[in-house]
Write a protein that binds this ligand. Sequence first.
Ligand SMILES: *Cc1c(COP(=O)(O)O)cnc(C)c1O
Length: 496
Amino acid sequence: MPNAHDPDGRTPDDDAVLDRLAALRTADLPVRGGRTMAYVYDSGLAGLDELAARAQAAFAGVNGLDMTVFPSVVALENDVVGRAAALLGGGPATAGTFTSGGTESCLLAVLTAREYARSTAGVTRPEIVLPVTAHPAFHKAALLFGLTPVTVPVDPLTFRVRAADMEAALTGRTALAVVSAPSYAHGVVDPVAEVAAVAAARGVLCHVDACIGGWYLGHRRLAGDIAPPPAFDLGVPGVTSLSVDLHKYAYTPKGASVLLFRDTELRRHGWFAHASWPGYPVVNPTLQGTRSAGPLAAAWAVLQRVGPGGYTELARRVHRATGRLVEGVGRIEGLRVLGAPEASLVAVASADPGLDPFVVADEMRPRGWYLQPQPAAAGSPANLHLTVTAAVASDERIDELLAELAAAVTRARAHGPAAVDPAMVELAAALDPDTLGPAEVALALEFAGVAADGALPERMAPVLAVLQALPPRLTERLLPEVVSRLYRASGAAGAD
Ligand SMILES: *Cc1c(COP(=O)(O)O)cnc(C)c1O
């Protein structure tokens, strides 16, 4: 534990504790300011964080585990879920659940579908059909809940799945078909209406993962004066559930997502009830037991303060900024945008073998910009992911980003691409991830440039080049080892 005890073992005063926390934060990426273009979402609105923090603190100790004795939780949740349903095509029958985040929403959608397929159609070896671009949360769900994932390739140019390919993958065991609106990696919207129609025709449930873009796309549609997104929500016939994260484009504190269902009858299949133990009777609508109402209260407060008009204005700005960014990237020689981004996420790849996008990211980092590397996979080339949030959504800020990007491209060209030793790759490819022992793992990580304590080098391009060259299953064996080196019970990171 990072501790602020003095050498005599006296406990520190509040300021000393908070100072220590603040000191730990200095090594992190900034969460505000718009230059961290992944992981964080900044509205740029003055006072919003402070309001959210106060609401969160006021409800931190309230426990959503028992909604019968904390009616405030029910009132807040109904209001938040109701707002999401109204925005995203819900009708009088729509039901929903507030969850801790996108992953939990996706997990619950899959669990619900599995139980629904089991009880209504007797499906015992369930499958989930999903584009290769779907979020890993669905693979996690498949693993946790015992479904077989059936991945469907996407169009190599648009990165959208084709409805016919999804249809061909449906079987009598399919519990759920998944589409993204938009996908995280490329920011494109799958053909929701077509896929939902073929799923419905087969009696298969269809989930729309609008975790990242749902709140933004819904409000962009409200704007009226800018290009509306393709139909993607619960209003589309055949769509039976939809996830939308509030801690992304609703700019609420982390720990906030909504999972919508076409009705309560579907929703109940994912709930857990237990009355055959000596303790209190249990009904868990989510995967959690004890559930702090802090994130819910904070989300409610932020939704109140920004309001539909405020979100619509932010969506207008993000839309304009994303358009300017896409256009500007297209003018930088050596860069290209993958697909046709329909939301606020842009994937920037190299158009020139002499230009390594991960070296571009390394060059941007010391200038205060974090662009997220997305290694080549499943037909998608190596690229950089840029999430445009409201804080960076002005002409000046986008032009500043484009200028930095152009300069970074020049430096990256001079630097040259990160190289991998082909002999080592060949050697690594021959390794069997299932039988890899500690010695081989250590060797492989040393080769990749990962230190014994899990520390990564300042320049990530060489590490990413190695990762990208390895078979994904081997990478999946090695990555937890890197993280495992970071988490040690005796770690005492930050303590002195
Ligand atoms: C972020 C995201 C998720 C998972 O959400 P978390 O909040 O990170 O758990 C799922 N799907 C998509 C498309 C996302 O972008």
